[in-house]
Design a protein around this ligand. Structure first.
Ligand SMILES: [Zn+2]
Length: 148
């Protein structure tokens, strides 16, 4: 048994995955429009983009029908963690999917969290974000979710 330690550190990506930013979300950011392989990967990359203020990526990965003219980065907000709770479809063979998550953040008022169910569709091979609804209105034990 060797004690050889290669460079595989347990550095976390901004989105919380143990891949490191360079191999997790950064390649998706650099691909321009959402080259996330899955809806969850794109959702994580969008969270990371909020953390670092990557407005162009957020706009590029937003559906043209619903995207804002500019991203409203709340001043003084600090994103502190992401937990993906559930995903429905959004895989390699799907054309739409949803990702439910809780994003922790802190402001001058203290820690808080955003609970959202985000909807994604695939457009020209790339996943794009359509919209989100408040996750707190979604009962965790309700398996029969309303389809938008
Ligand atoms: Zn990531």
């Amino acid at each position: 048994m060797t004690t050889q330690a290669n460079s595989a550190t347990t550095e976390l990506c901004l989105c919380g995955r143990s891949l490191g930013f360079e191999t997790c979300c950064q390649p998706i950011h650099r691909s321009g429009a959402g080259l996330g392989i899955t809806a969850e990967a794109l959702m994580r990359a969008r969270y990371s983009a909020y953390v670092i203020g990557n407005e162009q990526f957020l706009i590029d990965s937003w559906h043209p029908d619903t995207r804002p003219a500019a991203i409203d980065f709340t001043p003084g907000i600090r994103w502190t963690g992401l937990t993906v709770i559930d995903t429905v479809d959004g895989g390699g063979l799907d054309s739409e999917g949803t990702v439910e998550f809780v994003a922790q953040f802190a402001t001058a008022d203290g820690p808080n969290q955003l609970h959202e169910v985000s909807s994604f569709v695939r457009q020209g091979g790339n996943w794009v974000y359509v919209d989100g609804k408040n996750g707190s209105s979604v009962k965790p034990d309700n398996q029969n979710r309303k389809v938008l």
